[in-house]
Design a protein around this ligand. Structure first.
Ligand SMILES: Nc1ncnc2c1ncn2[C@@H]1O[C@H](COP(=O)(O)OP(=O)(O)OP(=O)(O)O)[C@@H](O)[C@H]1O
Ligand SMILES: Nc1nc2c(ncn2[C@@H]2O[C@H](COP(=O)(O)O)[C@@H](O)[C@H]2O)c(=O)[nH]1
Length: 212
């Protein structure tokens, strides 16, 4: 058991705003971060690998995980089931590793309201415009027109949850958004480490003072 708990960093946004892209950049910047690989009943997209982007499950397998209480949270998103397997998150937490989640607002709410809620830092990512959101979904070239239309239709209702988050940032320029995310993470880590780190440091100052 580590002497500090990991932070749960939740990224949510309407589909296509850039969560996965930003999450990948953060993981490259800090490989000690643990990425929470979700389970889903969605079919794999070309290039997606089992256990990397997702654990791809049948509906029966997914329901079994839910019934066995193996999910930290789960929700129906755009007609498919998505959920966060609990065990890897608990393992990362007790090892003191910070975990990054790319999940929707329903999952964000469930984790915030769980026993782990006090360790959550949540960040909502907005697109610069609705037109740009659609253009990103189209240029990603991973989903059919029908799927894109369904996601666009839900975009404003997803965005309506922005105020539930600790931070909100606009992903206009990727480098700027990445820098903002890093700043948030560094500040939150400094806050988390303040207590144990500072007490020991101040004890040292006290000993030095007494020895004078
Ligand atoms: N700042 C940006 N400027 C231009 N394109 C971007 C920017 N951020 C992300 N993109 C592009 O937009 C597309 C959607 O990004 P991404 O897949 O990361 O979105 P997402 O929020 O994870 O979507 P989903 O919720 O569907 O998983 C990708 O093709 C990505 O390269
Ligand atoms: N509540 C959860 N939402 C999740 C999880 N994993 C992903 N997601 C969200 O689903 C949509 C669609 O993702 P896509 O990969 O099909 O484009 C997106 O908003 C994800 O953030 C999860 O475990 N729980």
């Amino acid at each position: 058991m580590a002497d500090r708990r990991g932070i749960l960093i939740i990224l949510s946004s309407p589909s296509g705003a850039g969560k996965s892209t930003l999450a990948r950049r953060l993981m490259t910047w800090d490989p000690t971060l643990s990425f929470s690989v979700s389970a889903t009943t969605r079919a794999p997209r070309p290039g997606e690998t089992e256990g990397v982007e997702y654990f791809f499950k049948t509906h029966e397998e997914f329901d079994r995980m839910v019934e066995a209480d193996e999910m930290l949270e789960h929700a129906k998103v755009f007609g498919n089931s998505y959920g966060t397997p609990k065990a890897p998150v608990e393992a990362a937490m007790s090892a003191g590793r910070d975990t990054l989640f790319d999940i929707d607002w329903q999952g964000g709410q469930q984790i915030r309201n769980s026993a782990l809620g006090k360790d959550v830092v949540s960040i909502f990512i907005l697109p610069p415009s609705i037109a740009e959101l659609e253009s990103r979904l189209r240029s990603r070239a991973q989903d059919s027109d029908e799927v894109i239309a369904g996601r666009m239709e839900k975009s404003m209702s997803e965005i309506s949850h922005w105020a539930e988050y600790d931070y909100v940032l606009v992903n206009r320029d990727l480098d700027v958004a990445e820098a903002e995310l890093k700043t948030i993470l560094m500040a939150e880590r400094a806050r988390r480490d303040r207590q144990p780190g500072l007490s020991a440091f101040i004890r040292g100052l006290d000993e030095e003072f007494e020895a004078r």
